[in-house]
Ligand binder design. Structure first.
Ligand code: UDP
Ligand code: MG
Length: 431
């Protein structure tokens, strides 16, 4: 019996790479396979490269489109893999990304194991990992070794180094209601989440040979999203095609250029995907989290949530680390258009402004909507906060509740994930 292998390749705008990926498939020494290319709406340059391979009748292209605002709502490659899994016809399944090449005997060597060892359900192999720069020149590389049977393959084995039997799929579907978990928080490790599911039913059997090479490019998601939290912090100003926008109550609002410069408020650049999930709403005349005066510095207000909060005195403005450079003069008519919000003062009662950094027991917190959210130093840097955290007294810290910590997406999801790793599988070693 010659087993058929279904290979699922997810593709999205890697015109410089896709060719060598597909070439690595057609050059396989083993020939009984089908390749499902799940393309996620790539530009024409990538599609054209794929089309030259479609004459091979083992290769099928499924083109998907997704509304830009929805692209980040699920882990796209996991969503596409789930669609592909409903269409495959092979008994063995493996996965490929558009920046990884299979070595020539990759399929053959893995199939051999399944053919000679009926009790093995999953195999994985060693992988070469190559980092390249923008010019695709190698900057460093290493080998991820496959040398032991793994009961917990998560975070040890890459997406492209695995092959498993199809018979595991219905078991997973029955237990989890789906195959791959495509929840957005798993962007960086949906493969590991799936390995955990596979591990509920079987162990990963190692093949020592290096059977694939994966390339890490500066355009990969890992690089684009490092130090980005899932949500942009309220009040963040971003630059998009020469215009400036501020995040306010979950939407993007355009603001005039005059509100943005190095001295008072910096605009940050974010991956376009991060901004796409926000709707663009009307312009804000005065952006949130701006200090304004209409009487030449006799009184100061903080625009927050499109209301005006008066500072009790100039000393309070200074206490909360606002510099004279960040104070704007606006007309009294403009100021009066804003409803009153609560007063800002240090004492006798502590009424701090929102979106300021505070320090409590060596940790930095951001006050957001009157909750103290611990914020990771990487995020502080990325979001260009340019004031020093303000020290808190115990009585001040306890005034507000603690909110959800703000940390890079990959840390956020790892934290949640680690706990689930400790759930025992309840399955006896089978290999
Ligand atoms: N991908 C996708 N849709 C997207 C972004 C990525 O299908 O909107 C696929 C991409 O083609 C690749 C996989 O997801 O197969 C991982 O993406 P990438 O290589 O950019 O990320 P990283 O290597 O940093 O995990
Ligand atoms: Mg990649």
């Amino acid at each position: 019996m010659i087993m058929k292998v279904s290979v699922i390749l997810t593709s999205y705008n890697k015109p410089d790479f896709i060719d060598r990926v597909l070439k690595s498939m057609v050059e396989q020494t083993y020939s009984n396979w089908e390749l499902l290319i799940m393309d996620d709406g790539s530009e024409q340059d990538t599609i054209e490269k794929i089309q030259t391979y479609l004459e091979d009748e083992r290769i099928h292209l499924y083109s998907r489109t997704v509304h830009p605002a929805k692209r980040l709502l699920t882990v796209r490659y996991a969503t596409l893999i789930n669609e592909a899994l409903a269409r495959i016809t092979g008994e063995l399944i493996c996965y490929l990304t558009d920046d990884t090449v299979y070595h020539q005997d990759r399929l053959q060597k893995m199939v051999d194991v399944f053919q000679s060892k009926p009790h093995i359900d999953i195999v994985y192999s060693s992988q070469r990992v190559v980092h390249v720069d923008k010019q695709l020149v190698e900057t460093m590389s290493f080998v991820r070794e496959a040398d032991k049977i793994l009961e917990h393959a998560s975070f040890q084995v890459d997406h492209c180094s695995v092959m498993h039997r199809r018979r595991l799929l219905p078991l997973i579907h029955e237990k989890y209601g789906q195959y791959w978990d495509d929840e957005a928080k798993h962007w960086h490790h949906a493969d590991s989440v799936f390995w955990m599911r596979l591990n509920q039913f079987a162990a990963f059997y190692p093949l020592r040979d290096v059977l694939d090479t994966t390339y890490k490019t500066p355009h990969s998601f890992h690089h684009l999203f490092s130090s980005m939290p899932y949500d942009l912090i309220d009040g963040t100003v971003i630059e998009k095609e020469g215009d400036y926008y501020q995040i306010a109550s979950g939407n993007l609002h355009r603001i005039e250029r005059c509100w943005v410069n190095e001295k008072n408020r910096r605009a940050i650049r974010v991956p376009s995907l991060c901004a796409m999930k926000y709707e663009i709403k009307d312009m804000l005349a005065v952006p949130n989290y701006t200090v304004v005066t209409a009487d030449h510095g006799k009184t100061f207000y903080y625009i927050e949530d499109q209301k005006k909060r008066r500072f009790a005195s100039k000393r309070d403005v200074q206490y909360f680390q606002f510099h004279s450079k960040e104070i704007y003069t606006i007309s009294n008519e403009r100021l009066q258009m804003y409803e009153d919000g609560g007063m800002i003062q240090v004492s006798p009662v502590f009424h701090p402004p929102n979106r300021r950094l505070f320090k409590w027991k060596q940790e930095v917190y951001l006050l957001m909507h009157y909750t103290f959210c611990r914020i990771d130093p990487e995020v502080v840097k990325r979001f260009a906060f340019y004031h020093q955290p303000i020290n808190l007294y115990p009585s001040q810290f306890t005034l507000f509740q603690e909110g959800k910590p703000i940390m890079p997406l990959y840390m956020e999801s790892l934290q949640e994930f680690d706990m689930s790793l400790y759930q025992t599988s309840g399955r006896k070693h089978s290999s």
